[in-house]
Design a protein around this ligand. Structure first.
Ligand code: CA
Length: 227
């Protein structure tokens, strides 16, 4: 059974979300501030986190950062209506989706299902994901294929880990540079193409039937995997 952690200080909202998610057969835990959120996150290792931005004490963003330091667990941010910047900030900081308030609880359940489906690969409790015969360890920063560890240069490895953390999502070259190598990176977009070429060469024995890094001409790249 999939488990959801709701981090929301408004009791009435938290209660409604809990009721709807339980009706959809998820196990639900609630946290009402940041400290409680991180405690419960560590204790329950949820399948997904619904995270409100406006919380007493530390904000949803800092909690998201803390979660991302230790886990690729899907996170959906709950933000106030009209705070469109929040959407961009959230997606850049590694949120998987965002929902603006006020929301309809049925919509939240649908989004939870969609995000879980998208990141549906088995995420082991030790921070590894399997994509067929490819195993990515997000904690140890290692990638093995058919049990053999692959060697990437550190910059290419961080790019691959980022893409593998967000399977089936397309990223532009600019987004990849910004998210993976940092805003102060001074190389060109071409560096992404070259890195992808090197990564593909190393992954050449990964069966296409299990997944691939796909090019979207003029747009970007996607780590495509099949469920
Ligand atoms: Ca709130």
């Amino acid at each position: 059974m999939k488990s959801i952690l709701i981090v929301e200080d408004e009791l009435s909202i938290s209660r409604v979300l809990k009721a709807y998610l339980e009706k959809a057969e998820y196990t639900v835990e609630q946290a009402f501030d940041g400290d409680e959120a991180l405690e419960k996150f560590a204790a329950m290792n949820p399948s997904l986190v619904l995270l409100d931005v406006m919380l007493p004490g530390q904000s949803g963003w800092s909690i998201l950062n803390r979660i991302r330091e230790q886990s690729a667990c899907p996170v959906i941010m709950l933000t106030a209506l009209g705070h469109i910047d929040h959407k961009l900030a959230g997606l850049n900081q590694g949120a998987d989706d965002y929902i603006t308030k006020p929301f309809n609880a049925d919509e939240v359940v649908a989004r939870v299902k969609a995000v879980l489906r998208r990141s549906g690969q088995v995420l082991e409790t030790d921070g590894t994901k399997y994509f067929g015969s490819l195993r990515v360890d997000f904690k140890a920063h290692t990638v093995t294929l058919h049990g053999i560890e692959l060697n990437f240069n550190p910059r290419d490895l961080s790019l691959l880990l980022f893409l593998a953390q967000k399977p089936n999502q397309m990223f532009t070259r600019e987004q990849l540079i910004e998210n993976v190598w940092g805003m102060d990176y001074e190389g060109s977009d071409r560096a992404v193409d070259l890195a992808i070429t090197r990564i593909r060469r190393i992954l050449q024995n990964w069966p296409v039937s299990e997944g691939e890094i796909r090019t979207y001409r003029g747009m970007g790249y996607k780590f495509c995997v099949y469920e």
